[in-house]
Design a binder for this molecule. Structure first.
Ligand code: ADP
Ligand code: MG
Length: 271
């Protein structure tokens, strides 16, 4: 006769950990030809946490961000989003590619905001935001437009809903791009230098929107050189150099009292 097993006695039922980060990247490696760009980069991001990634140009920050949502395929390593393996399904130790619709849905849960906005030039702000709602989340047209309008309003862009990208400033375009990412109700938002293509006077309006999202509890990974944002808004700063994480810790600690010489050298150049 079988005796009843408590969950903790059964290795199959036993959870790996009670604690589950929202985003977990493990040992990501990536090379382009002979150029090894990422070497065993691992990062956990908690629910509601804002992590800033800083580091010199060419250190692999963008590649790492792109490997998180498989815009770039990592050579090895894995990504888990809210406990679910990203981009693949694991069966009996074998990894299988996800069917395209499942992958699209997963990727929508980790939207990316780019340096150069990447809005569709022939579509209005509203259509840019509504497009993925219709085609990826299969929300009916009228509902998609209604949702899109609400998200545009949340970034102060509802009065520009019918303008095309060329009829907006860079800061306004970036706010629309953020609205487009937020509309997908992502679990994690990735930002790749979202303000570095903007005229200095437009940086503030984009950082304000990002600060608001952070305050609302959005989980965010932000590659940025905006040290004010990193210090005041993010919970943790990660310093990357030559494809590795050199140092990480609470924002104020890494920015004010970095322990690694390479971090100090980098910060002294940009501060
Ligand atoms: P960062 O964002 O920190 O400036 P990147 O991730 O853009 O750094 O680039 C890291 C390195 O990877 C650089 O040497 C760059 O030339 C190289 N790299 C990035 N993307 C590609 C690509 N698609 N093909 C070849 N090399 C690339
Ligand atoms: Mg970059």
């Amino acid at each position: 006769m079988m005796t009843a097993m408590l969950p903790q006695d059964n290795p199959i039922l036993r959870p790996v950990s009670w604690h589950r980060p929202m985003l977990c990247a493990r040992d990501i490696c990536k090379s382009f030809g002979a150029n090894q760009v990422l070497t065993n980069v691992s990062l956990d991001v908690e629910r509601g946490e804002v992590v800033c990634i800083i580091g010199p140009s060419g250190s692999g920050k963008s590649t790492f961000l792109r490997c998180l949502n498989f815009l770039e395929m990592p050579d090895s390593g894995g990504v888990w989003l809210d406990g679910e393996r990203f981009g693949c399904r694991e069966t009996n130790g074998v990894l299988w590619e996800l069917p395209a619709p499942d992958f699209a849905r997963q990727r929508a849960a980790m939207s990316m905001v780019f340096q150069r906005f990447n809005l569709f030039p022939h579509l209005s702000a509203l259509e840019n935001v509504a497009l993925a709602l219709r085609h990826v989340l299969h929300i009916p047209k009228a509902q998609a437009r209604e949702n899109a309008m609400a998200v545009l309003a949340s970034v102060g862009m509802d009065s520009y809903a019918h303008r095309r990208p060329t009829q907006m400033s860079g800061g306004q375009q970036q706010r629309v791009a953020i609205a487009r990412a937020v509309a997908m109700k992502p679990k994690v938002l990735l930002f790749d230098e979202p303000t570095s293509a903007l005229d200095p006077e437009l940086v503030h309006e984009v950082l304000s929107v990002m600060t608001l999202l952070a305050r609302q509890g959005m989980t965010m990974v932000v590659v940025t050189h905006e040290m004010g944002f990193a210090r005041e808004v993010s919970h943790r700063v990660v310093f990357m150099d030559r494809g590795c994480i050199v140092e990480e810790g609470p924002s104020a600690q890494v920015i004010n009292t970095p322990t690694h010489a390479r971090t100090r050298a980098f910060l002294s150049k940009i501060k």
